[in-house]
Design a protein around this ligand. Structure first.
Ligand code: SF4
Ligand code: SF4
Length: 430
């Protein structure tokens, strides 16, 4: 018994179409590109509008600075994004894929127009690809691939600007490692633009894999309206022109029913509307629920409730967020020491973070200990959004340091904000 060979990939040559969905796609694609390319260049309060600086473990988001101590904020932001996508998918199906995903946006807005510019329209490309290699064919492909490489470079640099910062990256001031990652990503993007294309959605994209779990029969999908004509028997309004099939960038025939490969781009709808519109008839493909039903369903209510709870928590935490964050712990391996002069010494490590946009100096004092307590701590001066760990030494005179554990408070203040840290002072028998 022999195994059947894997079917080879059929290259997709999507037919150019015009229509309502393509106009919407152009607008959302433009908005996405402005955000992707422009946001890292924008400055808010002197900092990038958006930058996730992974090496410094710091994130800038529209004027707010988040450090490693703010991981919970970043986790909530991630959950907000995830549940927005869940809600959006339950309501509108894979609209994200067809209208806002960078994969679709760059394929539709740049890759296909570049391909048409260098190699001509669908029919000419199909004929040339079937024919033998000639100097003209090689020159056209080389020019197209060069343009794809330039595009991949720009997209990769724009994407990495979100992490490394647009200014340092584009002016040659980022690290060698950052440029190596940018080059690698650019190479992957070139491979995607030049060859992989729709296979990314079909085989690699995780969102495409779990969309089935996020939708139900009332979610909007692109579907052929069988009630208006059965295409496989040549009955009804479908004239079997196959323009919807030719226009599909995923290479599927939507008349065969809803398919997981469909990215909801609406090209087939525009194609059919165009063909049948010329005959004065309505198109047969619609963006509609598979089974009509209410918009408010247990699934959409649950997602909306979780989103609301997350938004409320995020807003409350932001309102109570301090520019000054500090914590204190006993220095590792030390409980107490008796110095040569008989005083008892406890040593602590205090971590102070300045989340503000200005340089700040911090005063440290102790409360709850005898008045002759000696405090030894270096001056703390921190640049914006930086953290320092400093030793704090507290000494009690022999008469005061009885055999006990003494609770007290360390006060850290910078003029307009303060933090009180509770800890204990230990003596020989405490
Ligand atoms: S079936 Fe229609 S909506 Fe779905 S991917 Fe193909 S052209 Fe786009
Ligand atoms: S474009 Fe419309 S009429 Fe033409 S084959 Fe597709 S569904 Fe039928």
């Amino acid at each position: 018994m022999t195994n059947a060979p894997e079917p080879r990939r059929t290259w997709v040559y999507p037919l150019e179409v015009k229509g309502k969905f393509q106009r919407i796609h152009r607008a959302t694609g433009l908005a996405l590109q402005v955000i992707l390319v422009g946001l890292p260049w924008l400055l808010v309060k002197g900092y990038p509008a958006v930058q996730f600086d992974l090496t410094a473990r710091r994130a800038y988001v529209l004027g707010a600075i988040f450090t490693a101590q703010d991981t919970v904020f970043l986790v909530i932001m991630g959950l907000l994004e995830a549940f927005s996508l869940f809600l959006f998918t339950a309501l509108f199906g894979r609209l994200w894929c067809g209208f806002a995903c960078p994969q679709t946006v760059y394929l539709e807005e740049w890759v296909r127009p570049i391909e048409t510019f260098f190699e001509g329209k669908r029919g000419a490309r199909m004929a040339r690809d079937k024919g033998p290699w000639t100097a003209e064919k090689a020159a056209r492909k080389a020019a197209k691939w060069t343009a794809f490489a330039l595009l991949a470079g720009v997209v990769s640099m724009s994407f990495m600007s979100w992490f490394a910062g647009a200014r340092p990256l584009w002016t040659g001031h980022a690290s060698g490692g950052t440029y190596a990652v940018t080059l690698f990503l650019g190479g992957v993007m070139f491979w995607d633009f030049a060859w992989f294309r729709e296979q990314f959605c079909n085989y690699l994209c995780p969102y495409a894999r779990f969309q089935g779990a996020l939708t139900d029969p009332q979610s909007l999908v692109v579907s052929y309206q069988v009630s208006l004509g059965e295409p496989r028997r040549g009955e009804g309004a479908c004239i079997d022109c196959k323009k919807c099939v030719a226009a599909c960038p995923q290479g599927i025939d939507i008349r065969e029913g809803f398919q997981l490969e469909c990215i909801t781009c609406g090209r087939c709808i525009d194609a059919c509307d165009d063909v049948l519109g010329k005959k004065g008839e309505e198109g047969l493909i619609r963006y509609t629920p598979l089974v009509p039903g209410p918009t408010i369903r247990p699934r959409t209510v649950a997602y909306a409730a979780i989103l609301l709870a997350l938004l409320t928590a995020f807003a409350a935490m932001m309102a109570n967020r301090h520019d000054l964050v500090a914590d204190i712990s006993r220095a590792p391996g030390t409980l107490f020491n008796i110095d040569a002069d008989g005083w008892t010494r406890n040593t602590y490590l205090m971590r102070v973070t300045n989340n503000s946009h200005e340089e700040a100096e911090f005063d440290v004092s102790v409360e709850g200990l005898p008045t002759d307590t000696k405090l030894d701590v270096s001056p703390i001066k921190l640049s914006p959004s930086s953290t320092a760990t400093v030793p704090v030494i507290v000494r009690l005179s022999p008469g005061e340091a009885a055999a006990r554990t003494l609770p007290f408070v360390v006060r850290v203040a910078n003029g307009h904000d303060q933090v009180l840290l509770s800890t204990t002072f230990k003596t020989s028998e405490g």
